[in-house]
Design a protein around this ligand. Structure first.
Ligand SMILES: Cc1cc2nc3c(=O)[nH]c(=O)nc-3n(C[C@H](O)[C@H](O)[C@H](O)COP(=O)(O)OP(=O)(O)OC[C@H]3O[C@@H](n4cnc5c(N)ncnc54)[C@H](O)[C@@H]3O)c2cc1C
Length: 379
């Protein structure tokens, strides 16, 4: 259906139909170009979100929510056009003891346990709905495991609250099950982070050291193995190096150089480097068992990939590769299908079976028309 702009005006919710705003709203870190929206709305509170949802349901118009627009797996690609719901005016925040209540459009202006490399651009809602692992995952795990409660405008036009395991209905669902308005999250204590850099003479030494260190289960907050090439693009030594970070006071006796400067610039790690070089490079991600990641890293490096490996609490290495399209074609042929495919617009390619089943069940029950970020769930 075509959007009736006169009806949109009657909602009394700030919106734009200018071609410039519509084009800007879909400009992000996706290679795929979708449609441009008929309009962008900028709700300020839940009531305004609900008004937009009601209009969309009555007029059969697709809705795509967005935060900072820096997810890269097709999250804000509009398959069918419709209304883009820009959540960035909803950025209220209320701190509690060990937790925080944030509106979905808030940035990372509190002591988050887990947050994305691009936190300076991202919103909390956008990361919850489009992200997964991040900085802090070595200690705390997935971003949605930090979420106690989610409030969401669902595809029947009602506000609903998800708690416990049910938050997965909205986590990494890319807005296909509703528009998240508010989240209650556990926070990290206000303890300084100490960072160190361990440098290696070559990749073999780096792999052996990193595996051994991980198996000792040190109380680290974050751990990332970086190649000399990624350091060339941003910051870091001209050698394979491991950056570790831990909360001050933890029992960590790992020798290394002071990592203060590199930690302060962690927004320039892989995702930051990719953003800077978006026009030249493609990227892919693979989550591999600790025992076997070295082999793939070796091969990918010899093919010319620019690599970085993040570690989380899942006993897997999260390998990120970046390069020109011919290099990435070789990597893809060598690696096969990724269990976390950032180049597939369907969220199915990045979620565990139980997680995607929850989303599919909810979508079947509540969004039969597939109006909420259409074309992102494969049935
Ligand atoms: C190279 C690279 C590597 C990356 N690595 C990681 C990583 O390791 N871990 C990680 O978590 N992220 C990663 N990201 C993705 C991204 O940076 C983050 O997930 C970021 O937090 C997205 O936030 P955003 O506000 O920009 O979301 P957006 O891009 O605006 O939105 C993300 C998705 O969520 C939906 N959405 C947004 N707001 C809402 C809402 N209020 N309600 C419902 N749906 C909503 C959107 O429709 C979209 O589908 C990476 C990105 C790049 C480019």
């Amino acid at each position: 259906m075509t959007l009736n702009v006169e009806r949109l005006k009657m909602l009394d919710v700030h919106f734009s139909t200018s071609i410039e705003d519509r084009l800007n709203s879909v400009r992000g870190l996706d290679k795929e170009q979708g449609k441009i929206p008929d309009a962008i709305v900028f709700p300020r509170d839940e009531d305004e979100v609900l008004k937009v949802v009601e209009l969309a349901l009555e007029e059969h118009i697709p809705l795509v929510p967005r935060g900072g627009g820096v997810s890269s797996a097709g999250g804000i690609v509009m398959k069918k056009g419709g209304i883009m719901v820009d959540m960035r005016r909803m950025k209220g925040i209320q701190a509690g003891k060990g937790e925080v209540m944030v509106e979905a459009g808030s940035g990372y202006v509190f002591n988050a346990r887990v947050y994305p490399t691009l936190w300076k651009h991202a919103t909390v809602g956008g990361n919850f709905c489009g992200g997964s692992w991040g900085i802090g995952s070595m200690e705390y795990g997935l971003n949605w495991d930090q979420v106690l409660e989610v409030r969401m405008a669902n595809p029947r036009g009602k506000m609903t609250t998800l708690r416990g395991g049910d938050v997965k209905v909205a986590a990494h669902a890319e807005g296909t099950t509703g528009i998240v308005t508010r989240l209650r999250l556990m926070t990290r204590e206000s303890v300084p982070i100490v960072s160190k850099i361990i440098m290696f003479n070559g990749l073999e030494e780096a792999i052996t050291f990193t595996r051994k260190l991980y198996e000792e289960v040190p109380p680290l907050y974050h751990m990332v193995l970086r190649s000399p090439e990624i350091a060339h693009l941003t910051l870091g030594p001209d050698k394979w190096h491991l950056v570790i970070a831990y909360q001050k006071g933890r029992d960590v006796e790992i020798q290394g150089e002071d990592g203060k400067v590199i930690w302060e610039n962690r927004d320039k790690f892989f995702a930051g480097a990719y953003m800077e070089n978006f026009n030249y490079f493609e990227y892919s991600t693979y989550h591999l068992p600790l025992e076997s990641f070295g082999e793939s890293l070796r091969k990918a490096s010899s093919m010319g990939a620019i690599s970085e490996v993040e570690f989380a609490n899942d006993f897997k290495a999260h390998l990120d590769f970046m390069g020109t399209s011919d290099v990435m074609d070789k990597i893809s042929a060598m690696m096969g299908k990724s269990s976390f495919d950032v180049n597939d617009v369907f969220i199915n390619s990045r979620l565990s079976r139980d997680h995607i089943q929850k989303i599919m069940w909810y979508k079947r029950a509540y969004d039969k028309e597939d109006l909420f970020n259409p074309g992102k769930v494969k049935f």
